[in-house]
Every structure is written in C-alpha cells, then in structure tokens.
Design a protein around this ligand. Structure first.
Ligand code: ADP
Ligand code: MG
Length: 270
C-alpha cells in the first residue's frame, strides 16, 4: 500500500488584496478523511484554491507539502500530475470537449496507458449512476447540478489522485446523487492499493453519512477554531457556529459590523 502525506503548514493567503487565510495547519494521510466545516465566507474555497494553485490567489506565508515537497511554486497542472485533485464547488462547463478526451489526455500526462480506457470509463460511469448517453456531451455542458457532481466524482475515480479536495461536493445535488457520490469517494479512501486522502469541505453532516470523516476542523474567518472527531460535526449540527465563534466573527464582512448581532433579524428588511 502506498502511503502519502499532504501537509498544510502556517498557510496565509490573500485574494483581491484582502488576507483571507490567517495561518492554516492541516495534515492529511492516505486513507484519511478530514472534513472542513465553516460558515459562508470563512475561506473554505480560498483554501482549496490555494492548495490546488488556482491563479488569482496570493500566498503570503506557509507551505503546502506533498510527501515533503513544497508544491506552492508549481502551477496547478503540475500539482495535478503530482497527485492533487480538486472537485470544484461550481464545476466548469467546457464546450466542445468530451470527457473521454480529457481522461485520455490526463492519463497520458501522468504516463499511464490509455489501453482499455473506454471500458473503464463506461463501467465507472454506470457505477456512479451517470447516464452513459451523457458521455457524448461536452464536459458538464447542459448537465444538471447532480449530473455535474456525478461527472466530477467519476473523473476522480478514473484519475486516482493521492489526495482530493472536495469543495462542497454536496452543493446543488439531490439526495440520491449525494449518496452515490459520497459512497464512491468513501470506497476510494478504502482502496487497498492507494487509499485516497480527502479534504471534504461541507456545510452539512449529510455528506458525512456515507463519507466517514476521521477528523473535523471548523474554519471561521480564515482560522481553524476547533478540531475533533466525528462528534464535533454532531455538536455543530446541534449548536451551530455560534458555539465556536462570536457573532462579530461570524458576521459577513460586508455587513455593518456594529449591527452584526442584529443582522439576521433585519435580513428581510434589506
Ligand atoms: P467560503 O468558501 O468559506 O464561503 P471563500 O473562500 O469563497 O469562502 O471567500 C472568503 C472571503 O474571500 C469572502 O469574504 C469573499 O468575499 C472573499 N473573496 C473570495 N474570492 C474573492 C475574490 N476573487 N476577490 C475578492 N474577494 C474574494
Ligand atoms: Mg466556498
């Protein structure tokens, strides 16, 4: 069994000239599932983007080490080759490009044989409950939210990265699609050859019913404010983020700070 480590150390980053991540430490090993939960605007998407190397984010400090090697200097495609994979909150539509072609290119870039690719693609497609007829459509074009996430999960299963970051895999998909996708990811984490390590960003416990988290981290305002086992997600469900941060910390930045506590009451008055 291949064992790998992804270490995020003291990561500080900005986007749009504003510091969003204020020192993140997180270590994930092969086969582990770490859930990151946090309110809107906490910096969850920023964290996933910075780790994956999406352009437009400024790293101000810290390291992201894959098996001890800092990947922060590498462009996103090199990080993907090294074994990192991001499932985006809002998957992009790519007109004119077929999934089979993308997989072929990705296999070639990783030095993997494309022999039998079509067969594996077909069986993975059926396995995830994705209509094989949709394989003939351009990537994610005209797919429903659930179909897009099934499509993304299918790519993850084909590519077999060392680590996957799932940015709200549960957003925009129905219960059936959520179950199929989270179950498939859970199976990948138990792969005997190379168990997938996962950072699962989510608002809700429901994702974690099938994808069993070993560790939960609560992110508020670019900082991890609490860490624990699966019971922490239950506590969060019960008590809300208020139990982990002050109303001022939870208020959106664009809300008037002085009204932070009352902002919720006034929601419909805006
Ligand atoms: P989350 O995913 O936890 O909801 P994000 O990482 O998307 O949070 O956003 C964190 C903060 O960074 C928010 O205040 C958001 O407005 C800001 N932000 C995100 N992307 C940009 C950007 N491209 N330019 C300016 N601000 C941004
Ligand atoms: Mg987000």
């Amino acid at each position: 069994m291949k064992q790998h480590t992804l270490e995020i150390k003291g990561l500080v980053a900005a986007v749009g000239g504003k510091q969003i991540l204020n020192g993140i430490d997180l270590t994930v090993r092969s086969g582990e599932v770490h859930a990151i939960m946090g309110p809107n605007g906490a910096g969850k998407t920023t964290l996933s983007s910075v780790v994956m190397g999406r352009p437009g984010y400024e790293v101000l400090g810290g390291q992201v080490l894959l098996d001890g090697e800092d990947v922060l200097a590498l462009p996103a495609w090199r990080r993907a080759q090294a074994g990192l994979h991001l499932v985006m909150q809002y998957p992009s539509e790519v007109p004119g490009v077929m999934l089979a072609d993308v997989m072929g290119e990705a296999f070639a870039a990783r030095g993997r044989s494309t022999d039998g690719l079509a067969g594996v693609l077909r069986s993975e497609t059926e396995g995830i409950g994705f209509n094989t007829a949709l394989l003939d459509r351009a990537l994610n074009v005209d797919l429903s939210g659930g179909e897009k996430k099934r499509n993304e999960t299918l790519q993850l299963a084909m590519l077999r990265p060392k680590f996957a970051i799932l940015d709200e895999l549960d957003s925009g998909l129905d219960i059936d699609a959520l179950r199929d996708c989270s179950r498939r990811v859970e199976a990948l984490t138990n792969d005997p050859d190379q168990p997938l390590g996962v950072i699962a960003i989510t608002h809700y416990n429901r994702l974690l019913e099938e994808l069993r988290a070993d560790h939960i981290h609560i992110l508020v305002k670019g900082r991890i404010v609490a860490e624990g086992g699966p019971e922490l997600a239950d506590q969060l469900e019960r008590d809300g983020y208020e139990a982990f941060a002050s109303p001022a910390e939870l208020a959106a930045d664009d809300a008037p700070a002085a009204d932070a506590a009352g902002a919720y009451d006034d929601l419909f008055a805006l």
